[in-house]
Design a protein around this ligand. Sequence first.
Ligand SMILES: [Zn+2]
Ligand SMILES: [Zn+2]
Length: 160
Amino acid sequence: MNGSGTGPISLTEPLTGGCFCGAVSYALSAPPTMSAYCHCTQCQRLNGCPFVHTVHFRTSVFGWTHDGGADALDAFQNPSKPHKTRFRCKKCGCCVASFNKNTNNTSVWGAQLSRSQDGRIMRYDIVKPTAHIFYGTRMLDVPDEVTKWEGYPEKSRQLA
Ligand SMILES: [Zn+2]
Ligand SMILES: [Zn+2]
């Protein structure tokens, strides 16, 4: 887990990311509060993949950097989680961030963070996952050294 819980530490250079076509971009001025592989059934269905690398930040450290801000995006409110709004690029359709009104958290996906010329995610040391969450509903086993939880880290049963 990153951070001491006493407030975000500013980064000297922000973390950046965006959608596939480049029309939508964002920056984050502090390290994540959580970085994990999420195996929940919502992530599986919303993204069409077995699990995602989700990276959570306080909303106060998140900002859109493309012209038009949120107006340039489509928004989707999940009926089963109305406190969450997911934003999608209107052009390429990539979902790039999800805002949680209740917790004031914003999550982005590790795969959409900026990459260096060799294709690697830049500053991976800061955003590297430290847990597998909702591992009980996994579609495949991941035999790595990272801790595995039934729900959120420290708030649910540890599975491995
Ligand atoms: Zn796009
Ligand atoms: Zn999930």
